[in-house]
Write a protein that binds this ligand. Structure first.
Ligand SMILES: Cc1cc2nc3c(=O)[nH]c(=O)nc-3n(C[C@H](O)[C@H](O)[C@H](O)COP(=O)(O)OP(=O)(O)OC[C@H]3O[C@@H](n4cnc5c(N)ncnc54)[C@H](O)[C@@H]3O)c2cc1C
Length: 334
């Protein structure tokens, strides 16, 4: 019988990605409702020691598939290894991060084991009566939230974007043995040969890591409006983020976009400047700890997800706020 929740915890260059820890955190809640275990799975080469760290984030069991062929991600060997793991272990639920790797891998594995896959879930829960996994995600252009169940096939599979779920606090006292699962993989399974790995050298901004985000929408008026936001963000020790309108207008780079088709953020402070609060934007920032919104329209939807709303012209309010912050920081440093 299918049982337990398997989390595919991604590694790159031998280092575990944050999304795996987040999924384990969520899986512990689902596992409690099911009375099942959380099993973290890591694929890679010489990865045992790193994988063992997942016990501290809530895994009940850690399994590695360790093979030189799995050192860097390629589709075929990873899909083959996971298909074998599912056949051997018969998990009830399998969760992946909706990263570039997870988006490539999860549908292939789902196809091979003949089950369904719900991509980009924003919520997971267990139905009290049926004990089925309830997988919630935006549908129809983000205008409704659909809850999907996979009644007849196992495992139930879902992908979740980085930043959507919350990792448990690390508990270093939790340790355990890492189990090694043998999968017969040879160089012949590599239908793609990696000739060279080229790392992006541009200093990548990761707005999902920022504690403070000053986010601009169409209301800031132009690309120059972001200079004003950057100055404010610098005084706060934060980063600049954006709605999709500004990205589409070419005012700012796409890696700063928050929302359904951008990044999911949960900073301590999110300042929404001239953002209307469309459902697709809110989907990416609603879990922020404290939201301040500045909008000249007092009925803007963004106010309904804000802790503090300021009705007014952002081009007047932000420079005043920056000025006040500069004064405050200067006094603090004296
Ligand atoms: C499938 C799909 C996916 C999408 N994904 C995303 C996504 O990931 N992220 C995202 O953001 N959007 C996304 N969108 C687009 C989304 O629907 C909205 O169109 C977009 O979020 C609107 O951006 P905005 O709030 O900056 O602009 P607008 O909706 O035009 O709002 C501008 C706001 O600024 C206010 N304003 C104007 N001037 C001032 C001023 N001087 N001072 C103060 N306030 C002012 C206005 O009152 C208004 O509320 C998606 C849409 C679809 C269909």
């Amino acid at each position: 019988m299918s049982k337990d929740i398997y989390v595919i915890a991604e590694q790159r260059d031998g280092v575990l990605a944050k999304v795996g820890k987040e999924l384990i955190g969520e899986a512990t809640k689902l596992a409690a409702d099911l009375g099942e275990k959380v099993v973290a799975v890591v694929l890679g080469s010489k990865i045992k020691e790193e994988a063992a760290k997942l016990y501290a984030y809530g895994a009940d069991e850690v399994v590695v598939i360790d093979n030189p062929v799995l050192k860097s991600y390629t589709t075929e060997p990873y899909a083959k290894a996971l298909t074998e793991l599912i056949a051997k272990c018969e998990p009830n639920i399998v969760l992946f991060g909706a990263t570039s790797i997870g988006r490539d891998l999860a549908p292939r594995v789902a196809g091979r084991v003949h089950t369904g896959l719900t991509a980009d879930c924003t919520g997971l829960a267990i139905d009290e009566e049926t004990k089925l996994l309830l997988m919630t995600r935006p549908a129809f252009g983000g205008n409704i939230m659909a809850t999907i169940v996979c009644k007849d096939y196992r495992p139930q599979m879902a992908t979740v974007r980085p930043g959507v779920m919350k990792a448990l606090e690390k508990d270093a006292s939790k340790t355990g043995e890492v189990k090694v699962l043998d999968v017969a993989l040879t160089a012949a399974d590599m239908n793609v040969e990696i000739l060279e790995e080229v790392k992006e050298t541009k200093k990548a901004v990761d707005i999902t890591e920022a504690k403070i985000l000053v986010s601009g929408g169409r209301g800031i008026g132009s690309a120059k409006g972001f200079d004003m936001l950057r100055e404010c963000a610098a005084e706060l020790g934060g980063e600049v983020a954006s709605s999709r309108s500004c990205v589409d207008a070419g005012w700012i780079e796409s890696d700063r976009q928050v929302g359904q088709t951008g990044k999911t953020v949960r900073p301590e402070l999110y300042i929404a400047c001239g953002i209307s609060g469309a459902i697709q934007h809110v989907a990416g920032m609603e879990n922020s700890e404290f939201v301040v919104s500045i909008n000249k329209n007092d009925t803007a939807a963004i106010f309904s997800v804000s802790d503090l709303g300021v009705v007014g012209d952002v081009n007047v309010i932000i420079p005043k706020l920056t000025e006040a912050l500069k004064k405050y920081n200067a006094e603090k440093n004296n």
